[in-house]
Design a protein around this ligand. Structure first.
Ligand code: GLV
Ligand code: GLV
Length: 325
C-alpha cells in the first residue's frame, strides 16, 4: 500500500516527483492560508509522513493523533515550530533543510542591509507617491557600508555566508556565537569574536542569524536596544521571537536607532501595531529562502528525507538522531 504524505502547503514540483517515484500518495493543502487545525488533525490520523511548514505548530495533542506517523520533514532550516522531544518520545523522526538555503538567506540579508542603509524602500514609496521633483543633494542620503562594522549574532553557515558577502563591501566583521569559530574558519572572514554586549555596542549593522529557542526569546530587548549606537541598524532574517518588537518600535520612533529591516516577526503574519507606520523600517513577508533554486532544493531535500525514513533508513538531515539509537 502506498504511503500517505501530508504536505501542508503546495511545494515545488521537484519534491513531488521524488514522492511519486517512491510509492507515496500525497495529500496537499493547496490554499493560500495555512492548513486549519481541524484539517491537520483529521489528515494526520492516517499519515505516514508530514512535510510541514515553519508556521505549523507540531506538538501534542496533534502528534498523539498520528498513530502511523514516522517522520515530520520541516521545509525550513529552523525547527522551532516543532516539539522535538515529543516527536522523539513517539519515535517520530524530524528533519530540516539546512545548507540549501544558506546562500539565499545570506543574499536577502545583504538586500536588507543595503535597503536599510540606502533607504531603498522608503525612496521607492516616495517616487510612487509622485513626490520626486528633481535631483537633490540632500535627498534620501543614507549610510555607506564601507568601513562600517557588521555585528553578526549566530555565526553558523548563514552568518558566515553573510560575513563573506559583507567583506566584499569592505565591512569589518564582528560576531557572537555560542562558541568562537575555529581559527581556519574565522581568519578568511576576518571575523572577530566578541561577547554579546560588546558586539551590540560596536555594531553599525546588527544582524541576527541564530536559531530560535525559548532561551533566546527577546534576546534583543529594551536593554539591548539601548546599547545600540544611535546610528545603527537592526537586521533580522532569523526568527521574530528574537526581538521585542514593541520595544523596537519605541526605539525606532524615538530615533534611538537609525533603522531596521525585518524579514520575520513575532506573531507572523501579524505585525506589531505601529510597525507599518514607520519610514525607517523595511518589512518583508519572511522571504529569506525564497529563491526558486533554494525552494526547489528544500522541497527535494524534504521529500528525500521522507522517503529515507519510510524506507527504514536514517535521513541525512535528522534533527533528533536519538530515534535511531
Ligand atoms: C526559514 O526561516 C527557515 O528556517 O528555513
Ligand atoms: C542552517 O542553519 C544553515 O545555516 O543552512
Amino acid at each position: 500500500m502506498a504511503f500517505k504524505v501530508l504536505i501542508t502547503k503546495k511545494i515545488p514540483e521537484q519534491g513531488m516527483i521524488i514522492l511519486r517515484q517512491n510509492d507515496c500518495e500525497s495529500v496537499v493543502h493547496e490554499s493560500y492560508r495555512p492548513i486549519s487545525r481541524q484539517r491537520f488533525m483529521t489528515e494526520i490520523k492516517d499519515s505516514d509522513a508530514v512535510i510541514s511548514m515553519l508556521n505549523n505548530r507540531i506538538a501534542e495533542p496533534l502528534l498523539d493523533l498520528g498513530q502511523k506517523l514516522k517522520v515530520v520533514a520541516n521545509l525550513a532550516a529552523g525547527t522551532d515550530n516543532i516539539d522535538i522531544q515529543a516527536c522523539t518520545e513517539r519515535g517520530v523522526a524530524v528533519t530540516n533543510t539546512p545548507g540549501v538555503l544558506t546562500e539565499a538567506t545570506a543574499d536577502l540579508t545583504l538586500a536588507l542591509i543595503l535597503s536599510a542603509a540606502r533607504r531603498v524602500v522608503e525612496a521607492d514609496r516616495y517616487l510612487r507617491e509622485g513626490r520626486f521633483s528633481g535631483w537633490d543633494p540632500l535627498l534620501f542620503t543614507g549610510s555607506s557600508l564601507s568601513g562600517k562594522t557588521l555585528g553578526i549574532i549566530g555565526m553558523g553557515k548563514i552568518g558566515q555566508a553573510v560575513a563573506k558577502r559583507a567583506l566584499s563591501f569592505d565591512m569589518k566583521i564582528i560576531y557572537h556565537n555560542r562558541s568562537p569559530l575555529p581559527e581556519d574558519v574565522a581568519a578568511p572572514l576576518e571575523a572577530e569574536y566578541l561577547p554579546l554586549d560588546d558586539l551590540i555596542q560596536k555594531a553599525d549593522f546588527l544582524s541576527l542569524h541564530l536559531p530560535y529557542s525559548p532561551e533566546v526569546h527577546h534576546l534583543i530587548d529594551k536593554e539591548k536596544l539601548e546599547m545600540m549606537k544611535p546610528d545603527a541598524y537592526l537586521i533580522n532574517t532569523a526568527r521574530g521571537g528574537h526581538v521585542d518588537e514593541k520595544s523596537l518600535i519605541k526605539h525606532l520612533k524615538a530615533g534611538h536607532i537609525q533603522g531596521a529591516a525585518l524579514d520575520v516577526f513575532e506573531r507572523e503574519p501579524l505585525l506589531a501595531p505601529g510597525l507599518t507606520d514607520l519610514d525607517n523600517v523595511t518589512l518583508l513577508p519572511h522571504l529569506g529562502s525564497a529563491t526558486k533554486e533554494a525552494r526547489s532544493a528544500m522541497a527535494k531535500m524534504a521529500a528525500e528525507s521522507v522517503c529515507a525514513v519510510l524506507a527504514g533508513e536514517k535521513p541525512q538531515n535528522i534533527v533528533n538522531p536519538e530515534v535511531y539509537e
